[in-house]
Design a protein around this ligand. Structure first.
Ligand SMILES: Nc1nc2c(ncn2[C@@H]2O[C@H](COP(=O)(O)OP(=O)(O)OP(=O)(O)O)[C@@H](O)[C@H]2O)c(=O)[nH]1
Ligand SMILES: [Mg+2]
Length: 232
């Protein structure tokens, strides 16, 4: 009798665990497959529109500074995505937040030849992206595509990563100080803290998967970018 009761107990626990597991697995898969938008972000002149046209139409076209988004379907290895090229102009670049609820992954394009000079503006934009509640909550994967490697003035990928980490570290301390000064209330709108408190900022410290790769839209060296999009 006692043994029978124990068996019933175990069976009930096993059933509950199974139900919870299947709900969790279903939730994870559904979340991943239902979102198809790939956001191309980055400051002006990084090469976003060139990347967009190369990926979608397989060719280069002359581009001018974008003031509105380009959007359309992109099929890679039998998967169809919705590709969005956001303008890098400072007045419109923050509109990307409207797309976050449907965003599957973000390709953040950096001009490797000017990133050192523009580290403030690039770092600030990237910080804004990484600190978005939705980006953190959904753990949206981010690729930092270090573009224009065909030019000899291009900074190597590891140096770009280092410079961005230093810049984000600097921004983090000034922002935290500002928040403390204002004694801001802890509402939902507040930016999330990036990385570990008391430690220098490293991309590795984030819950999101942040990867760095080099590319050249000009020379059609986009294998690593395409591969990343397909697998994220
Ligand atoms: N050498 C070189 N030039 C590139 C490469 N990719 C883009 N460019 C050039 O960079 C310039 C800017 O490219 P766009 O694609 O228009 O830049 P964008 O990021 O869309 O800029 P905004 O629309 O202003 O935000 C163009 O003159 C491109 O030809 C590259 O891989 N190598
Ligand atoms: Mg553009």
């Amino acid at each position: 009798m006692l043994v029978q009761l124990e068996i019933v107990h175990i069976a009930v626990i096993a059933a509950v665990v199974l139900v919870i597991l299947s709900v969790l697995i279903g939730f994870v898969f559904k979340r991943k497959s239902s979102k198809t938008t790939i956001l191309i972000l980055g400051t002006a002149d990084a090469g976003k529109t060139q990347l967009y046209t190369r990926l979608r139409f397989g060719k280069k076209t002359a581009t001018v500074t974008s003031m509105k988004e380009n959007e359309g379907p992109l099929t890679l290895e039998n998967k169809t995505f919705d590709l969005v090229d956001m303008p890098g102009h400072e007045r419109v670049r923050f509109r990307y937040v409207d797309y976050l609820p449907v965003t599957r992954s973000i390709v953040f394009v950096v001009d490797s030849t000017t990133v050192a000079r523009q580290i403030r503006v690039v770092g600030e934009y990237l910080y804004n992206v990484l600190a978005q509640q939705q980006v953190q909550k959904d753990r949206i994967p981010i690729l930092i595509a270090c573009n224009k490697t065909d030019l000899i003035t291009a900074l190597p990928q590891d140096k770009i990563q280092q410079r961005l980490e230093i810049e984000i570290n600097r921004l983090r301390s000034t922002r935290t100080a500002a928040v403390e000064q204002q004694e801001a209330s802890l509402d939902d709108e507040q930016e999330a803290y990036l990385g570990y408190e008391g430690e220098e900022f490293k991309f590795d410290h984030l819950d999101n998967d942040v990867q760095f790769e080099t590319c050249s839209v000009e020379k059609d060296e986009l294998d690593k970018v395409v591969d990343w999009i397909v697998h994220n």
